[in-house]
Write a new protein. Structure first.
Length: 370
């Protein structure tokens, strides 16, 4: 099997667990956060910088790479690892969420999804077989089954029909997948309905995927509802396989995801907000562009060991944003990614020490004061 999960330690008081993810491009400690390189590049970052701050696996996007530059070119270049000079793990999502996000620009049928390219308006089509073909050409270590992401809110009948289709599409993805050096993960759907989540999980587990993602969360629902769905869904997934919560990357959601037994996370959050001048600290978020930091010669976060915090002040980084210098958004991006990757390492250590509940309580005590 190309990708396997090894359980190392389970917290005695919560569902949190530490493990190792074994892939063709390395073995990585979990819980883990995957920076998002949508178009085969984590925005503003070089591969060397990402490795230097502890990134082990990144995510790239099938939908975007299918449209540009095309999976055939990437395959010709030797796959994503060679194309982007990334020596560690890569996960590609199937494009299902991006197609879902197109709204009126797409039409879903049993065969697949017809949509208009956001780049040039051209008519395109993705099916389970095509999404699998594209991802095999991209050559990621982990690829995702093509699914239909249930929107929020959605009525029960729609959610049921969509969830059943996701299972049928998962079977078609398995039939189409034939690369032995990569793993195909299934995606549990079901909207905000527990019985549909149960049904989806049971059907996908019966298909024997090497890992499972939890999809259709963090799509606009209240966070307590997301946590409720996690609490219901995760226990129905195999303990001996990786569990991946898609599209989640804020510290509060990461803590709760880990607490419920999730191993893998991804989100554009740290890089997206960095480009807008928002940075994370141990005392909460701050908007570095605000006037209050104009003469602040302290680092973004005095407890942070990142390149930005070790070398530059808030005042200087604010100046770069105000002057529209690219270096400013690079420094903010470096900091946010380093912060989240370090945050995940701290959670893993707390699990290994069987102290995760205290870590979580301390986090929430500080978070609630922000």
């Amino acid at each position: 099997m190309a990708v396997t999960y090894e359980l190392v330690k389970r917290c005695s008081k919560t569902g949190a667990r530490a493990g190792r993810l074994h892939t063709p491009h390395g073995t990585f400690d979990t819980p883990i956060f995957m920076p998002v390189g949508t178009q085969a590049s984590v925005k503003a970052m070089s591969p060397e910088e990402l490795i230097g701050m502890g990134a082990d696996i990144i995510l790239s996007n099938t939908y975007h790479l299918f449209l540009r530059p095309g999976h055939e070119l990437v395959a010709e270049a030797g796959g994503l690892h060679s194309f982007m000079n990334w020596k560690r793990g890569i996960l590609t999502d199937s494009g299902g969420f991006q197609v879902f996000s197109l709204g009126p620009l797409r039409k879903i049928t049993e065969e697949g999804v017809t949509f208009r390219s956001h780049i040039d308006g051209s008519k395109q089509f993705l099916s389970p077989e095509k999404a699998t073909e594209v991802q095999m050409a991209l050559g990621a270590d982990i690829i995702m089954a093509f699914d239909e992401c249930v929107p929020y809110p959605a009525d029960y009948d729609y959610a049921k029909a969509s969830t059943d289709r996701t299972t049928r599409w998962a079977e078609r993805c398995l039939a189409a997948h034939n690369r032995k050096d990569q793993a195909l993960f299934g995606i549990v759907q079901g909207g905000m309905y527990k019985d549909l989540r149960t049904r989806s999980a049971q059907e996908l587990v019966s298909l024997g995927f090497p890992g499972y993602a939890i999809g259709g969360l963090s799509v606009g629902e209240p966070k307590p509802l997301m946590y409720e769905m996690l609490e219901h869904t995760v226990p129905q997934l195999p303990e001996g396989k990786a569990r991946y919560l898609m599209g989640v990357g804020t510290p509060d959601c990461l803590v709760e995801g880990v607490m419920h037994g999730v191993d893998m996370f991804d989100c554009v959050f740290p890089t997206r907000v960095a480009r807008n001048g928002t940075v994370m600290t141990n005392k909460g978020r701050l908007v570095i562009k605000n006037a209050e930091y104009a003469r602040d010669l302290n680092p973004i976060d005095e407890e942070c060991g990142c390149y930005a915090c070790q070398n530059f002040s808030r005042a200087y980084i604010r100046h770069l944003f105000k002057a529209e210098e690219i270096f400013g958004l690079r420094l903010a991006t470096i900091h946010n990614l380093y912060f989240l990757l370090s945050f995940m390492k701290k959670m893993r250590q707390a699990i290994l020490e069987d102290n995760f509940l205290a870590f979580r309580d301390e986090f929430w005590a500080g978070w609630e004061r922000r």
